[in-house]
Structure formats: structure tokens, C-alpha cells
Ligand binder design. Sequence first.
Ligand code: GTP
Ligand code: MG
Length: 198
Amino acid sequence: MEIKTAEFVISNSSVEKCPETQMPEYAFIGRSNVGKSSLINMLANRLKLAKTSATPGKTMLINHFLINGQWYLVDLPGYGYAKRSKTETAKLQKIISDYILKREQMTNLFVLIDSRHEPQKIDLEFIEWLGENGIPFSIVFTKADKSSRTKLHSTISNYLKVLQEQWEELPPYFITSSEDKTGRGELLDYIENINRSL
Ligand code: GTP
Ligand code: MG
């Protein structure tokens, strides 16, 4: 799929204030700093569409980006950033869970996992919560450019093995790099196919 237009629409702190359109939305979630905003920019082919940062905790709101005038990419705040206050963590958790549970337009949630790391409890628990709530999701392994091919494949196959202990059937998964655009075509095709099926 070709990205012809990508525009920022709105940032807000609650699902109630999200755009009142019925267009499908593809949202991105994962630990702070995993590369959500960078991936959105890579998909949209626009370096500064979503704000990125080398320090975790950059995205604090729900951000809607309209693509080709037909569907949205949605950048969400990350979870699991240890340096936040309890109040702030609770507030962000509510923003995230309200969006995921209540936003009917959310067609698919991409759960981002850093491809360099062993499975972490916080992500596995989050994925389990998605399953319990029947949320449609896929896994996106990020920052593939940071590891050698051998290391990358062994970490990912180990990750899938751990997921298989939890899931009868594995969710769709993608291997990506926002640096060298690995996985861009696959992800856009996947989105296009879902859009067509709606
Ligand atoms: P929060 O908004 O804080 O939750 O973070 P985020 O998940 O949106 O991460 P962001 O896109 O801001 O990226 C965090 C850092 O990782 C930045 O320094 C990015 O440049 C870097 N980064 C993201 N994706 C990649 C990638 O594919 N490869 C490499 N090498 N660096 C990446
Ligand atoms: Mg971000």
C-alpha cells in the first residue's frame, strides 16, 4: 500500500475525546522506549509525524494520525517506565486501558516488543490481559537492526516458544526496524488486507 497522505489530527487524554469518525484505527502499544512513535513515522514515511525521544516516557497522550484520509495510526503512551510517580502511572494506565477496551474503531492493536530482550513479565502479562478481554492484536518485534541475524532469530524463536505456552495459536508477528525500514511492506500489506475485509 502506498502512503499518500499522513496528517496529525489530535492528541488527547481520554478515549471519550477521540475523533468521532468510524474509520478503522491501528494502535501501537508496548513498553516506554520500545519504538512505537518511531514505527509510526517509519510506516507513514514521515520522520517527524509522531514525537520520538531517546529518553523513555515521551508519549503521554493518545495521538491520532490520519492516513490516506481513510484510516488512523494511533500512538499510545508506553507502559512500564519505572521513573514515573504512582499517580502518573495509574493515570496513564487508565488512558491506555480505556482506549483499548472502549474504542470500537480499534481494529488491531500492535504490541511492540524489543527484539533484543528475553521475554519480560510485564509484556507477557499485558498480552494475557488482551487475550482475557478478546482484543485483536499482533506482535511487532522492534529494533531488528541492533542485533546480528543469528542473535535476532534465536531471541525471536525463544519469544515465540514462550508465547506458545500461553496461546494455542500464535498471534501474527512482524520483525521490524525503523532505522532501515525492515518490515514496512509486510505491516502495510497486513493493514491493507484488514481494511479491505471491513
Ligand atoms: P515512549 O513514547 O516514551 O513510550 O517511547 P516509544 O515507544 O514511542 O519510543 P520512540 O519511538 O520514541 O523510540 C525510543 C528510542 O529508540 C529513540 O531513541 C529511537 O530513535 C530509538 N529507536 C526506535 N526504533 C528504533 C529502531 O528500529 N532501530 C534503532 N536502532 N533505534 C530505534
Ligand atoms: Mg512514543
